[in-house]
Design a protein around this ligand. Structure first.
Ligand code: SAM
Ligand code: SF4
Ligand code: SF4
Length: 349
């Protein structure tokens, strides 16, 4: 039954949203808390010591997450990414990974982390079946890193985490750096130099207007084009074809064969047309866009006896109705007064 649904979800008559997009990827936020306060994501003035995060019972249990993942596989999901908040703060995460990798139809399970707790967990994550990690690391300059983590530091821990992940075989490892003008844009070449030739793929992310609290300004966005020119002037680059349909990063190879780089340009070159992602928050709300203002609350349905078929039907209707393309109409969407977007830490990146 599950396999039949999965096949039809991908066939010509399979599940598509209003813009003809399939459902392929699910990002699961397993933890709303974080041990950083990156100003572009969880600024301290809002996420202070007395901020009320979710209680343990408000978060989906592992069984609930696995149940939803199984249902979403029947609608087309093939790839899972665990995120947060900081996913490695969730106790016993390896148990969840073991259960998710065992789901029939799942081809890829990855994790996005700030890397500070990765060294400790890398080998057990790999043993549980995790395939790849992405480590967010915005700068190698300790002072810049300190500022961009909201005063927490942890650069050495994150670098050590990358090294242990490499040893554990959690590759290809990606390093994601959000670039903000006047903050870390002067340190990008150093980051490229450090990982060039190591097999680690650095990807630069344009600073986005996620949530409502990060004081986003367009002039703080460094367009990928600009970075490409600066990096290309130092190390000649050649464009690469996307590795798969719907890949969000534009890839470039170093002309001297030292590996590749990526750019994620959701502000200057939106990729909504290929967006096949859904996002599940830690308390069980499913969102069909990173910039959504509301989603489908599933936790109470899960806990009040809804059957798999009922959940499947509701999710199918949700995806069919999906028309999100926020990044393609950012200007107009931002001008709309009173729209409250979901916060990034709550649904993951
Ligand atoms: N804590 C983990 C981490 O930092 O990797 C996982 C969650 S974090 C929300 C996921 C990704 O979102 C990170 O790579 C982070 O840099 C990115 N992110 C957060 N706020 C962003 C923003 N305003 N613009 C662009 N990327 C952002
Ligand atoms: Fe935490 Fe990641 Fe957000 Fe930084 S980007 S505050 S590490 S969730
Ligand atoms: Fe997908 Fe929404 Fe981002 Fe567009 S803005 S790529 S629809 S998550």
């Amino acid at each position: 039954m599950a396999v039949h649904d999965a096949l039809t979800a991908h066939g010509p008559g399979g599940l598509r949203d209003q813009r003809g997009r399939m459902l392929r990827d699910l990002r699961i936020s397993v933890m709303d808390r974080c041990n950083f306060r990156c100003p572009y994501c969880m600024p301290r003035e809002t996420f202070h010591d007395t901020y009320r995060f979710l209680g343990t019972h408000e978060r989906l249990s592992f069984d609930e997450i696995v149940r939803l993942a199984r249902i979403l596989v029947r609608l087309g999901v093939r790839k899972l990414r665990l995120t947060g908040g900081e996913p490695l703060l969730r106790p016993n995460l390896t148990d969840l990974i073991g259960d998710l990798t065992a789901i029939d139809g799942i081809e890829d399970v990855a994790l996005t982390t700030n890397g500070t707790l990765l060294a400790k967990h890398a080998f057990e994550l790999r043993a549980a079946g995790l395939q790849r990690v992405t480590v967010s690391l915005d700068s190698l300059d300790p002072q810049v890193f300190m500022r961009m983590s909201g005063g927490f530091g942890g650069l050495e821990e994150a670098l050590n985490g990358i090294e242990q992940a490499r040893r554990a075989g959690l590759g290809p490892i990606k390093v994601n750096a959000v670039v903000q003008r006047g903050m870390n844009d002067h340190t990008v070449l150093e980051l490229v130099e450090r990982f060039r030739g190591t097999g680690v793929i650095v990807r630069f992310i344009e600073y986005m207007d996620v949530g409502n609290r990060n004081h986003w300004r367009r002039d703080l966005v460094v367009p990928s084009r600009e970075l490409l020119e600066r990096i290309g002037a130092r190390w000649p680059l050649e464009p690469l074809q996307p590795a798969y349909r719907g890949e969000v990063a534009e890839r470039y190879a170093f002309a001297d064969g030292s590996g590749e780089l990526g750019f994620i340009s959701s502000v200057t070159q939106p990729f909504c047309g290929n967006c096949t992602r859904a996002r599940l928050s830690s308390d069980g709300v499913l969102y069909t866009c990173l910039f959504a203002t509301h989603g489908m609350a599933l936790r109470d349905r899960l806990r009040s006896g809804a059957s798999d078929e009922e959940l499947l039907d509701a999710l199918r209707v949700l995806w069919r109705a999906r028309a999100d393309n926020y990044s393609e109409q950012r200007q107009a969407a931002r001008a709309e007064e009173g729209t409250r977007k979901v916060e990034m830490f709550y649904i993951g990146g």
